[in-house]
Each structure stands twice: as C-alpha cells, then as structure tokens.
Design a protein around this ligand. Structure first.
Ligand code: NAD
Ligand code: DAU
Length: 331
C-alpha cells in the first residue's frame, strides 16, 4: 500500500510514521508536511531513509493532486493544533484546517483514493464535571474555540463529500494524546520541561478541567484498525478511559520527578476554556475489536518524562520561544 501521511512531522503524525515503518514493511510512506513551527524533520530522523519526505502545504492543490494521484490511501493529520494559538491568531487555523481539508477532499474525489480524516473530541464542546455522559458519534457538534470550530468545519466537509460525491472516507475523533515528540507548547511536555529547567509548572485557572488522556501509540493503532476495517462514511471516537483533572496530572509529574506535589503556580485561565472531555469508544472496541495497550497512565507518563529527559536536543530549540509567547499571554 502507498500511504500519504499529511502532518507526518508533527507529534501524532511522526509517531504514526514510526509505528507504520516498524510494524508494516508492506506499506510505502510519503509524508507531506509544511514544517510550520510545530513540524520538525528531526522527529522523523529514525525512519528518514525508509520514507519519502515532501515539504509542502496541504492547501497547494497542484502538489496535493500529484501526491494523491500516486497514493492508495491518505491519512490527514496536518492541522494547526493548539487552542491558545487559535485565540491569538485564528487565520492559519481557517486556512490549514478548512481549506487544507477541502484541497485533499477534492484530490481524493478526482482520484478515487481512500481517505481517513483525523479529528478531535473538541468538536463536541465540553461536559460538566458531574455529568455522567460521555461523547459519542451522535453527540451534537458544539465547538468552543477557533481551533475546534475549524476542526468541526473540516469534519463536516468530509461528511458532505462522502454523501454527495461518494468518496471512500472514514473519520476519527480522539481525546488528548501524550507521548514522545509532542511540542513543548502542549500541557504535559510544557510541565515536564519546566521541571527539567527548574521552573514551576503552570496550571490554568483552578486546575479542575478534565482531559481524557490516551497514549499516542494507542491513538495510532486505532487509526490503523479504522483504515483497514472501518465502515466507509463512519465516525469512530478514540479514547482509552483516561479522565484526569489537570491538577492531578501536574501533581503526578511533580511526584515522578521527585518534586514537592504542590510546587506549581496557578495562572490566568484560557478564555472559553472547555471544562471536561470524555470519550465513549465502544463502537471502536465492539465493531473493530480495538483495545488500548497503555492502560496505566502513571507508567505512560513516567516513560514520557524519561523520553523528554533523554531527548533534550529535540525540544530545547523550541522551549524559550514557546515560553516567551506564554509570557505575553500572562500564562
Ligand atoms: P502538531 O501541531 O504536533 O502537528 C501538526 C503538523 O502539521 C506539523 O508537522 C505541521 O508542520 C503540519 N502542518 C501544519 N499546517 C500545515 C499545512 N498547511 N500543510 C502541511 N502541513 C502542515 O499536531 P498533532 O498534535 O500531532 O495533531 C495532529 C492531528 O491530530 C491534528 O489534526 C489534530 O487536530 C488531531 N488531534 C490531536 C490531538 C492531540 O491531543 N494532540 C487529539 C485529537 C486529535
Ligand atoms: O482533546 C483533543 C485536543 O487536545 C486536541 O484536539 C488538540 O490538538 C490538543 O492540543 C489538545 O487540546 P487541549 O487544549 O486540551 O490541550 P493543551 O495541551 O493545550 O491543554 C490541556 C489542558 O491543560 C487544558 O485544560 C489546558 C490546560 N493547560 C495547558 C497548558 C499549556 C494548563 O493548565 N497549563 C498549561 O500550561
């Protein structure tokens, strides 16, 4: 199979490429990535001689057409992915997440290519802390931020292209990922690298907000199941029953790094901050038999801390510039 992976130099995409090269020697991988501030070719260094890398933009219709024409399937990870950035400057989110998805959909329509769309649980908005409900594929869309609204828009484009043009697409909406190669702007890597630098972790608001954590390897194993056996037109929610509030996560990072559990700062809250996400992944488990491998968050987090300790050369160039953006936001 010739697989085109957009956003393969980002966090989840690079892990997906590593996993694919490791486990599926019959698959030929081409990565299309614009190498924005969030993309790093070094994330692909361990597999660089086993893949083709094309630097380019998913909104470049000529380039996308040529790459899709030569592929059997496309996995579309590329996106602007950080909520805080979307609040400072929404435009790149509209361009990449909406126009980029449109560009890919038109190419797969022309060439009859199998397409899998990577999306987020944030399209469903948020839940109250005491609500017993979890998100399912039937939960109405209700995105809160510029980021999540552009992801929701891209999902709706995919659904419309399936219904109107009959493209062979599936969608997945996953909860918060953690693991190696995640940019230091994101919550867990930011706090781990702060502690490594002798700085205190920063919790937004009161730290009560809940995220449903899943290891990136589990997200990507689910994507492979859906690509191979998912029903065309279907949406699969990916989650590993990993609900934790932010305060508990920070306290665990501090404990695992040998710091006092209260050695963090409360900082100003993110505007419009979603309170809680929770995924019901029973369709994925029941229909496709998927099960997560990383069921112990403490162990997965300890491995991730070790990875950031061992790979300072990878994240160090991004750290100061990222923190200076947070200083401007007062967070
Ligand atoms: P990331 O920001 O780490 O990586 C995004 C990648 O896309 C980068 O390599 C970047 O260079 C590339 N990119 C950005 N704009 C591009 C463009 N116009 N053309 C080509 N490449 C471009 O993001 P991530 O966390 O790996 O997320 C990947 C996908 O998974 C996104 O679609 C995101 O919405 C989705 N998702 C993420 C999470 C999470 O917890 N991180 C959870 C659910 C879904
Ligand atoms: O739910 C899936 C989504 O998860 C993905 O679609 C997004 O691409 C991904 O970035 C992530 O979005 P969040 O906004 O949940 O992730 P983030 O890492 O930015 O923040 C996680 C939680 O931690 C959130 O409640 C905000 C909080 N936070 C974040 C940072 C950076 C802090 O308390 N302190 C921080 O310094």
């Amino acid at each position: 199979m010739r697989l085109l992976v957009t956003g393969g130099a980002g966090f989840i995409g690079s892990n997906f490429v590593h996993q694919t090269v490791r486990d599926r020697p019959d698959v030929t991988v081409t990565v299309l990535d614009a190498l924005t501030y969030a993309g790093d070719e070094n994330s692909l260094a361990p597999v660089r001689d086993r893949i083709t890398f094309q630097r380019g933009d998913v909104t470049d219709s000529e380039l996308v057409d040529a790459l899709v024409r030569d592929s059997d399937a496309v996995i579309h990870f590329a996106a602007e992915s950080h909520n805080d950035n979307s609040l400072s400057d929404p435009w790149p989110f509209v361009q990449t997440n909406i126009v980029g998805t449109y560009t890919l959909l038109e190419a797969v329509r022309r060439h009859g290519t199998r397409y899998h769309h990577i999306s987020t649980d944030e399209v469903y908005g948020d839940l109250e802390l005491d609500d017993p409900a979890k998100f399912t594929a039937d939960t109405p869309y209700n995105p809160s931020s510029p980021y999540s609204s552009t992801k929701a828009s891209s999902d709706l484009l995919v659904r419309a292209w399936v219904r109107s043009f009959g493209i062979a697409a599936t969608l997945s909406n996953c909860s918060n990922n953690y693991g190696p190669y995640q940019h230091v702007e994101k919550f867990i890597p930011r706090q781990i690298t702060n502690v490594i630098d002798g700085k205190r972790p920063k919790l937004y608001g009161t730290g009560e907000n809940v995220r449903d954590w899943i290891h990136v390897e589990d997200h990507n194993s689910a994507v492979w199941e859906i690509l191979q056996r998912g029903k065309i037109g279907e949406t699969y929610l990916i989650g590993a029953d990993g609900e934790q509030n932010n305060k508990d996560v920070v306290e665990l990072i501090l404990e695992l790094t040998g710091q006092p559990r209260d050695a963090y700062d409360l900082v100003s809250d993110r505007p419009g901050h979603d309170m809680r996400y929770a995924i019901d992944s029973s369709r994925l488990r029941d229909e496709l038999g998927w099960v997560p491998r990383y069921e112990d968050f403490r162990d997965g987090l300890a491995d991730t801390i070790e990875w950031y300790r061992a790979n300072e050369a990878w994240w160090r160039p991004q750290k100061d510039i990222t923190e200076s953006k947070y200083v401007e936001l007062g967070r």
